[in-house]
Design a protein around this ligand. Sequence first.
Ligand SMILES: Cc1ncc(C[n+]2csc(CCOP(=O)(O)OP(=O)(O)O)c2C)c(N)n1
Length: 359
Amino acid sequence: MFQILDIKGGLVSEDPDLDKELLKEMYWWMVYARMADDKALKLQRQGRMGTFPPTTGQEAAQVGSGLALDKEDWVFPAFRELGTYLLRGIPLENMYLYFMGDVRGNIIPKNINNLPMYVPVSTQIPQAVGAAYGMKLRNKKNAAVCYFGDGATSKGDFSEGLNFAGVFNTPNIFICQNNQWAISVPRKKQTASKTIAQKAIAYGISGILVDGNDVLAMHVATKEALEKAKKGEGPTLIEAFTYRLRMHTTADDPTRYRSDEELKEWESRDPLIRFKNYLKNKGIWSEDWQKELETKAEEMIKKAIEKAENIDPPNPEDMFIYMYSDINPVLKEQLEYLKKMISTKEIEEDSEKIEGGFP
Ligand SMILES: Cc1ncc(C[n+]2csc(CCOP(=O)(O)OP(=O)(O)O)c2C)c(N)n1
């Protein structure tokens, strides 16, 4: 397993000596993502947010890889990607809004090369491959970077996507965050393969197993994979070996299927503590700086909640206008019906009178 930092933040291989500002930026995004994640959990418990998939524990995998990307690269995310989302410039209020049940939160700002989050497991993989193939055909020098979990590797989309990527030598990076669990299914029941990274061999592409709780290792591995992809040297599968420290989603109770010992063991490998120790050894981290970051994050989180909770209600007519470029006759009929119901306040009226009307 490729590792630069041990679990205490000491060096186990050569220090990549990354720029000090980049190191500080890495730590900032990790702290911000952790705090924003904690807050989301509280909001959900207070009944102010819907079901939410916490990211805590996976910050190094997301931040280390995410900061290796260029703005021009395209990201195809799964649903547990708070860290990557934030560092790509997507406002936190979008993420909060989405999990408050408002789909407008999943609208990605125009200048950001991210796809909206994919909830159907694994579906982002063939799409990322298609996009990368398009980049190749157009001689673009960017890459399509796709994030997914260990559970996603059991889907056909994974095989189809990676096979196509291998055959057509597409500029793809596949980042599998192996957080050891797919809801209640443990990694050992997910696949008989010893590692997920080794699956790359079968598709004729590069594969590397990386300590996903080591932000430096994730950064270096992603950077190398990107350089290769952009030189036309093919795709890479990166297995980020990490752990989901919280529940699958707020609707899940992990105490029913995993042990306290396992959790404690992984808590001792917390990616934030490890990186903080490294920064401390380098004389970059201090108590004051930590407080500064936390205050900044708290303010940003507070503002994001205010924005998400105070957005104007959506226009109910919007649900008809984004599916087709020209609204079709059936939807038009439904739209007119809705407008009538709203204007006459006859929402309770028997909707079955109209074929295809609301149930
Ligand atoms: C196609 C599809 N099947 C089932 C589900 C229900 N589901 C949501 S998350 C999940 C497990 C995903 O596990 P993994 O890929 O390891 O990602 P993680 O949740 O651990 O981040 C499942 C089965 C879904 N969202 N989409």
